[in-house]
Write a protein that binds this ligand. Structure first.
Ligand SMILES: [Zn+2]
Length: 458
């Protein structure tokens, strides 16, 4: 529905549309456990009765049901997000979009909240190949727990989640959860209550994100644009207008830092499509007409057939005083980050050349573009937006394949990042996922890796 709206609003011609190359087993295993990925690959609606123990172990079956094409679905949306990160890393575009991505609840070895693999964590790992610091911002109504957990102990990724808190899925995201060890003060949680409106939301979003940008200075930003925070969502309980929601996109875009826009939740689908269409316009710097063009899903948008819908008159349970307290508490946490002794704001090393030829041979077609007119007729200034289509073709993955350190060398930075499969024995918080940054076995000049770090924990 989103794609149809983009097409009929004439937005597709102003951007570069790319079909995602499905993520392979080894791509997914950079964060997820091997046995979990094998399970996702193998499970079918017909065989699930024989694997009850595994279903329970990986939390698949209830909120996260098995369906035909499940694994291919995971490969597609993850491939879209990682592909977007690759484009940004290569400075192929300033903004990359994958509305099919943003599945923020998935854990290293567990599905959760309609999410099976965590495309966000995977795309952040990709961005970390080039950027010393990556910022993750989450405006879905639910806490971005899977992403926070993955990066809870590192100072290279800051996660900021704005969400409904208090007797609400997934239950995490307390304002007092701020990160751990090196990651202390690098997780930010903004707990909100029912009925929050545009003005209240922005009274937190802008000062907090402005301060985050100032003190954290990320090389790239990933913004999860879950649309269940909109007014009238079937599962949500906020009261944001589409413009209020999109103001977050506009604001993050204004910093001119490479930006990956992802989807997420959203359960009143006509409004999800409206929102992501409008936000694509924001990314392109185009204001769209409210009157909707005719298209194949037109009937869903009656009786008004407009892009925007008025928020409701529901009560805003977020008092001014509560909002002020939340803002000062978080700004206070951010000021501690400024003075934290372990923090070093070093400039990132220069990017490695764009040696596509250095990609693994089998990767030659991956994430390549099917168009060569990228710079023609750019009516929207410097912004070139990638829209990652959701179609995919099945792909034969090699069974049980796990990338070796050498295979995982980044093509454009001489480091590789992988999720260790060794469990979290040394990490005190049970939530910490042990993602390690390792120096690759590359024989290229080692420009990007930190001078002495051969096994730097993220
Ligand atoms: Zn959600």
């Amino acid at each position: 529905m989103t794609h149809a709206l983009l097409a009929h609003y004439g937005l597709l011609q102003n951007m570069h549309v790319v079909k995602p190359v499905p993520a392979r087993d080894k791509d997914l295993c950079r964060f997820h456990a091997d046995d979990y990925v094998s399970f996702l690959r193998g499970i079918t609606p017909e065989t699930q009765q024989d694997q009850l123990r595994q279903l329970k172990r990986f939390n698949v079956g209830e909120d996260c049901p098995v369906f035909d094409g499940l694994y291919s679905f995971c490969q597609t949306y993850a491939g879209g997000s990682v592909g977007g990160a690759v484009k940004l890393n290569h400075e192929y575009c300033d903004i990359a979009i994958n509305w099919a991505g943003g599945l923020h609840h998935a854990k290293k070895c567990e599905a959760s909240g309609f999410c099976y693999v965590n495309d966000i964590v995977l795309s952040i790992l990709e961005l970390l190949k080039v950027h010393q610091r990556v910022l993750y911002v989450d405006i879905d109504i639910h806490h971005g727990d899977g992403v926070e957990e993955a990066f809870y102990t590192t100072d290279r990724v800051m996660t900021v989640s704005f969400h409904k808190f208090g007797d609400y899925f997934p239950g995490t995201g307390d304002i007092r959860d701020i990160g751990y060890s090196k990651g202390k003060y690098y997780s930010l949680n903004v707990p909100l209550d029912d009925g929050i409106d545009d003005e209240s939301y922005q009274s937190l979003f802008k000062p907090i994100m402005g301060k985050v940008m100032e003190v954290f200075r990320p090389g790239a930003v990933v913004l999860q644009c879950g649309a269940d925070s909109l007014s009238g969502d079937r599962l949500g309980c906020f009261n944001l207008s589409i413009k209020g929601h999109a103001e977050c996109v506009k604001y993050m875009r204004s910093f001119n830092v490479p930006l990956l826009l992802l989807g997420g939740g959203g359960y009143t689908i006509r409004n999800v499509a409206r929102c992501w269409c409008y936000e694509t316009g924001v990314a392109l710097g185009v204001e769209l007409e409210d009157k909707m063009p005719q298209h194949e899903y037109y009937e869903y948008f009656g009786p008004d057939y407009t892009l925007h819908v008025a928020p409701s008159n529901m009560e805003n349970k977020n008092s001014r005083q509560l909002l002020d307290e939340i803002r000062s508490k978080l700004l206070d946490n951010l000021s501690k980050l400024q003075h934290a002794p372990s923090v070093q704001f070093q400039e990132r090393p220069p990017d490695t050349e764009f040696p596509e030829a250095d990609e693994d041979q089998e990767d030659d077609d991956r994430r390549s573009d099917d168009s060569d007119d990228e710079n023609e007729g750019k009516p929207f200034g410097r912004v070139k937006t990638e829209l990652l289509d959701t179609e995919s073709k099945d792909m034969d993955d090699k069974k049980g394949e796990r990338a070796s350190a050498t295979e995982m060398n980044a093509s454009f930075a001489d480091i590789s990042i992988k999720a260790s499969n060794s469990g979290s024995a040394a990490a005190p918080p049970p939530t910490a996922t042990d993602v390690k940054l390792e120096q690759g076995n590359s024989n290229k000049p080692d420009q990007s890796a930190p001078a002495s770090a051969t096994d730097m924990n993220l």
